[in-house]
Design a protein around this ligand. Structure first.
Ligand SMILES: *[C@@H]1O[C@H](CO)[C@@H](O)[C@H](O)[C@H]1NC(C)=O
Ligand SMILES: *[C@@H]1O[C@H](CO)[C@@H](O)[C@H](O)[C@H]1NC(C)=O
Ligand SMILES: *[C@@H]1O[C@H](CO)[C@@H](O)[C@H](O)[C@H]1NC(C)=O
Ligand SMILES: *[C@@H]1O[C@H](CO)[C@@H](O)[C@H](O)[C@H]1NC(C)=O
Length: 350
């Protein structure tokens, strides 16, 4: 006789498996973190970057053998953007009349369509070679490509200031220029400082250090050498070349994170490298003011028109170092008109 009595095990198992699947579907944070990792940088992008960086360092070495130029040293402004340059009209006034003392380079993501800015920005937009993604080492690569482009373009570029489309100037161009070069503009000496934030002993460091997995960063980057700092900096030419020559740290920093919540490689690569290679040559603070009070999802406080006033500009300039802050972020695009109203009497009045 055939018994057709079903065993109760099968439905029980099915129910258990379904509940398990539903549980994980609604709790993505419990899935293995590798499922949410960012894609690695394609080899073709790596090779094209490598060739650009080598060209820049070789050209710089050849130029320095020929001796220094008689020209005034310039500031290369590196705009790292993926939208329109909202504050172009304000920067236009900032740059007006000083064309011998600066250059502008604008990274635009190759997939983004922007309105080409006019005036001093005319012809300065570089459709970048490769895409950038938040929370990945592609932001480091884009900053390095901007540095290399500026090094190749003009041997008078001495300081390299990385800014974004949400940054605004807090002072006039000549104030910024004199602050960076501090009087003796003719002696472009080797001992000038880079203005880059370098912080240690921050509570976020262990998670950020292990974002690619435990033990991944050694031996190149031991934990006690790992630093954090603002993505926005002003580097000397000498330090920019160090950044372009680096292969050792890049090998580690380019590894995709498995913990995307602690993945901000661009806030670690530059400050870690420069604090390892030349701490005496660095300020340890940034010249770009940012407000992290009540930050949301890794984004700092954004200033909207009702908050934008002369008092805000004055308070954003105040710093604990002997330097005033020179730039600030982030401002909403619709703050432009309020900022323009303040430009003559406040921002560009020294
Ligand atoms: C630039 O120079 C012109 C002519 O000298 C002057 O009218 C203008 O105000 C200057 N602009 C700035 C921002 O200083
Ligand atoms: C970090 O903290 C340790 C222990 O408190 C201290 O010895 C060290 O000097 C600190 N490092 C820096 C760079 O402040
Ligand atoms: C920083 O942002 C907070 C709100 O997130 C605001 O209350 C505060 O006034 C801001 N500080 C400055 C100096 O603007
Ligand atoms: C200056 O330092 C004090 C004390 O550490 C701090 O409360 C304040 O926020 C700092 N000011 C600026 C502008 O960073």
């Amino acid at each position: 006789m055939l018994s057709s009595t079903p065993t109760p095990l099968i439905p029980t198992l099915t129910l258990f498996i379904s509940i398990t699947i539903i549980f994980f579907l609604f709790n993505p944070s419990l899935l293995p973190t590798t499922h949410r990792s960012s894609p690695p940088i394609p080899l073709s992008d790596e090779l094209s970057d490598l060739s650009l960086f080598s060209r820049a360092t070789r050209r710089a070495a050849a130029k320095s053998r020929l001796g220094t130029t008689n020209q005034n040293p310039k500031i290369a402004f590196l705009f790292l953007t993926n939208t329109d340059l909202y504050f172009a009209p304000l920067w236009q006034i900032f740059f007006d009349n000083y064309s011998a003392l600066y250059n502008i380079y604008i990274h635009v993501d190759p997939t983004v369509k922007i309105t080409p800015p006019g005036g001093v920005f005319q012809g300065r937009v570089i459709k970048d070679l490769h895409r950038t993604y938040r929370g990945t080492a592609t932001l480091i690569s884009a900053a390095r490509r901007l540095l290399a482009t500026a090094i190749l373009d003009d041997s008078s570029n001495f300081y390299f200031a990385l800014v974004s489309q949400q940054c605004v100037p807090l002072h006039s161009f000549m104030f910024v220029y004199n602050a960076l070069f501090r009087q003796n503009v003719d002696s472009v000496s080797l001992d000038r400082l880079s203005f880059i934030e370098i912080l240690s002993n921050e509570s976020i460091l262990p998670d950020r250090y292990n974002a690619r997995g435990k033990g991944v960063m050694v031996p190149e980057v031991p934990f006690d050498k790992f630093r954090v700092g603002s993505q926005f900096f002003v580097l000397t030419r000498r330090h920019s070349l160090m950044v372009l020559r680096d292969r050792k740290l890049w090998r580690k920093f380019k590894i995709p994170c498995i913990n995307v919540h602690s993945c901000y490689p661009e806030e670690h690569y530059f400050s870690t490298m420069l604090s390892m290679l030349d701490p005496k040559g660095c300020s340890f603070y940034t010249l770009t003011r940012v407000n992290w009070t009540d930050s949301v999802n890794g984004h700092p406080h954004t200033y909207y028109p009702p908050e934008v006033s002369a008092e805000l500009i004055y308070s954003l300039r105040e710093s604990n170092s002997s330097y005033s802050y020179l730039f600030a972020r982030k401002f909403s695009p619709d703050s432009l008109n309020t900022l323009l109203d303040l430009s003559e009497k406040v921002i560009f009045k020294d």
